[in-house]
Design a protein around this ligand. Structure first.
Ligand code: NAP
Length: 304
């Protein structure tokens, strides 16, 4: 059943790079929002736009018809759903809870099973499209759970994204996101090597990019992240610590199903090295530092 917008209070938890823009889009679409974040400062723009601040997950979960979470790590998801005063202990029966964090498929299934016992509808709905997609309401949203719950939440998803696909039973959204991250992992290496090659042979890398991002090599990373690499702009976007978290989940699942993933393994090795060199809070495009002559030399020295 679709609940009318005017009767819907959405509780939104996690107001970082992605969550803040997504919550703003829901307010602009006319939804009433209650928000909570570990660091309160990050809510200021949303409060100015009309959102109500909740003092705790408990307060938010007790009154919301729909709870959306966009926190960082699986441990954060566990805390907000299963912790003392967590969502599953406090939400109304018949509420909808949607975890849009990139997290473990098995955790999505645990949330679904516990929610089911309490009459709460649960969906896993991770996203792709980056900071740009979140700001523009153009995310790709991959959803797992019950189809009736998906249909009920579709008007909300439509305010956040443009490519919304129901993938099947609980956990399927997270599995689809892992497939997405596996594609990105090897692609990021290709993008770095393409730009490093263009520079080394004396091309203007900006001009080379004009040609190659429109052809068969085109990808989101090439279009959106290669320009940041060329300008040495390593601000996040998408944190390296979060990408490493995704790669680890994808590797764990792949191992458990005996899947051969040499591309993913190499990406893990390179991003681990960046993490060891203090790059956890840089954007994923900082992989280019390993290909950039000067900085790469420095990395080599650091690791001796
Ligand atoms: P982020 O900027 O770190 O945002 C996460 C937010 O969740 C932070 O503001 C954090 O609070 C808050 N949080 C964490 N645990 C909490 C808790 N227990 N209670 C309340 N708030 C809590 O990360 P992001 O870039 O928005 O990414 C969010 C998720 O989406 C990640 O799983 C990421 O992998 C995924 N994702 C990101 C992108 C991207 O391009 N950025 C794209 C697709 C998917 P603090 O402010 O205190 O740290």
């Amino acid at each position: 059943m679709i609940i009318a917008k005017e009767n819907t209070l959405i509780g939104f938890i996690g107001l970082g790079v992605m969550g803040k823009s997504m919550a703003l889009n829901l307010i602009r679409a006319g939804y009433q929002l209650m928000v909570y974040n570990r660091t309160q400062d990050k809510a200021s723009e949303l409060l100015e736009a009309g959102a109500i601040w909740a003092e705790s997950v408990r307060e938010l979960a007790q009154v919301s018809n729909v709870v959306i979470t966009m926190v960082g790590l699986p441990s954060d998801v566990e805390e907000v759903y299963f912790g003392d005063g967590g969502i599953l202990a406090c939400a109304q029966s018949d509420a909808y809870v949607i975890d849009m964090t990139t997290s473990q498929p098995t955790l999505a299934q645990q949330i679904y099973n516990t929610a089911l016992e309490k009459g709460i509808h649960s969906l896993d709905a991770p996203v792709s499209g980056g900071d740009v997609g979140a700001r523009n309401g153009e995310l790709s949203i991959m959803v797992g759970g019950d189809v009736d719950a998906f249909n009920a939440m579709l008007p909300i998803f439509n305010e956040l994204g443009t490519n919304i696909v129901f993938q099947g039973k609980s956990g399927s959204g997270q599995h689809t996101k892992m497939s997405n991250q596996i594609a990105i992992a090897s692609n990021m290496i290709g993008v770095c090597e393409a730009i490093a090659y263009a520079k080394r042979v004396g091309l203007d890398p900006r001009k080379a990019l004009q040609s190659i991002d429109k052809g068969a090599a085109g990808s989101w990373s090439l279009t959106n992240l290669a320009p940041r690499m060329i300008e040495h702009d390593y601000r996040p976007g998408f944190f390296i610590k979060h990408f490493l978290k995704d790669i680890k989940i994808a590797l764990e699942v792949s191992e458990s199903i005996d899947l051969y993933t040499p591309g993913l393994n190499l990406a893990f090795e390179l991003y681990e090295k960046l993490s060891e060199n203090g790059e956890d809070s840089s954007g994923t495009q900082a992989l280019f530092k390993m290909y950039d002559d000067q900085v790469y030399g420095q990395f080599e020295d650091d690791n001796e």
